[in-house]
Design a protein around this ligand. Sequence first.
Ligand SMILES: Cc1ncc(COP(=O)(O)O)c(C=O)c1O
Length: 467
Amino acid sequence: MTNADLRELIVGVDLLTPVHGGRDVPYLNLDNAASTPALTAARDEANRMLEWYASIHRGAGYKSQLASAWYEKAREQTLEFVGADPDYHCVVLTHNTTDAINRLAVKFPYDNDKSVVISHAEHHANDLPWRNRGKVARVPVSPAGEIDPDDLDRVLLKEAKRTRLVSMTGASNVTGTIQPIHELARVAHKYGIPIAIDAAQLAPHVPINMAGSGPDDRIDFLMLSAHKMYAPMGGGALIGIHEFFANTCPSVRGGGAVKAVEPDAVFWADPPERDEAGSPNVLGAVSMAAAMAELKRIGWDVLEEAENRLTKRFINGLLQIDGAILYGLGTDNLDRRLGVIAFNLGDIPHAKVAAILAYEHGIGVRNGCFCAHPFVLSMMQVGEVEARAYSEQVQRGNKSLIPGAVRISFGLYNSEADVDRALDALARIARGDVALEYEEETVHGEFHPVGGATDYERILSGLSPES
Ligand SMILES: Cc1ncc(COP(=O)(O)O)c(C=O)c1O
């Protein structure tokens, strides 16, 4: 499949957006690690289902029954997509990865004497839900965010007796480093501890095989988000051990999660319904499943080859730019990294680089600490005392000049021309070729052109971007 073929499969890739000077340019989204645009397959499935959309699991009518079957099919497709074992795992459909991890945390038999082991490279979604409920032990990581299974072993040697779960990222959302999840599983299982993988970044890029080669290296729990894998926001999944779900309290409580309710007693439903109280996001689930089917149809080899090519081209070009600092693994390790690339341009504030890319070049990227503050600050060698001072500054409502990086992340539709456009813009910024004057808004730490305001009204009022 060529890049042109892949672009055809995506909604809204070439939309025109305004930049400095009253021009409109095709928007270049290089923030796919945050959210990808939707596949047409996901959009079409959601649209198709809207006609048949009805309450699920509780209605006797044809539409309700059909919607229930559609939703259950999405569940099966999710199980299959992550290579789960239907005799061991089951799928709870959630709103996103954060929701999935919070649900898992609520269910875990975990108190002040027990610990969960995470790594130092976690997104806040796989850190904060575990805090304040017991002890959180952290496995150190390399500056590129690599988790070494031997380090996990060392931590578990001390912690195993009280550890209830190992929960780690499958791929860093900062440096794109892919973790050796099955080796980590082997280590956790050696101590009889289950492992959960935050697959928010992994799932759109590489095939996942939760069942592994058998019980020793299988993944026990896995969490993912639809909006990072070419389906709309609001869908996600927590795939986990069926028996565990059957033997623990529901993560949310309400209608749909019960077999019977008496005034003083509740008899919870079997999994997965036990953890799906309330009306679920049926459209989110079916469009996520359609995106999964489409990714498989395109083929992982096609996706990986295209992503590696763009990553190599971008990193090689970036390192030609005066003052560029790359964080994470280089091009010698393409098989161990995603096209999620964090960097800085000398001492130009990361927020300013992101603003210039947006206002002058029509390029959307992410900057800051990427919801992984502890990791980003240590990656940038900010010491503990300095990090605390920054934290206090932010608490006082001033985010100006907080350390962080710029992140570019590729989607399956991005092209070599996109890479060159971004590199050209970055080279200009690095040499001071900037058209506008910028000022920093200190509360959010964002830069905006002096006196400039962007007009969103024509889109918000329903007009097409071209009108
Ligand atoms: C590694 C990782 N985990 C978890 C999340 C949270 O995902 P969501 O916002 O969809 O819940 C993200 C989002 O960026 C992420 O990159």
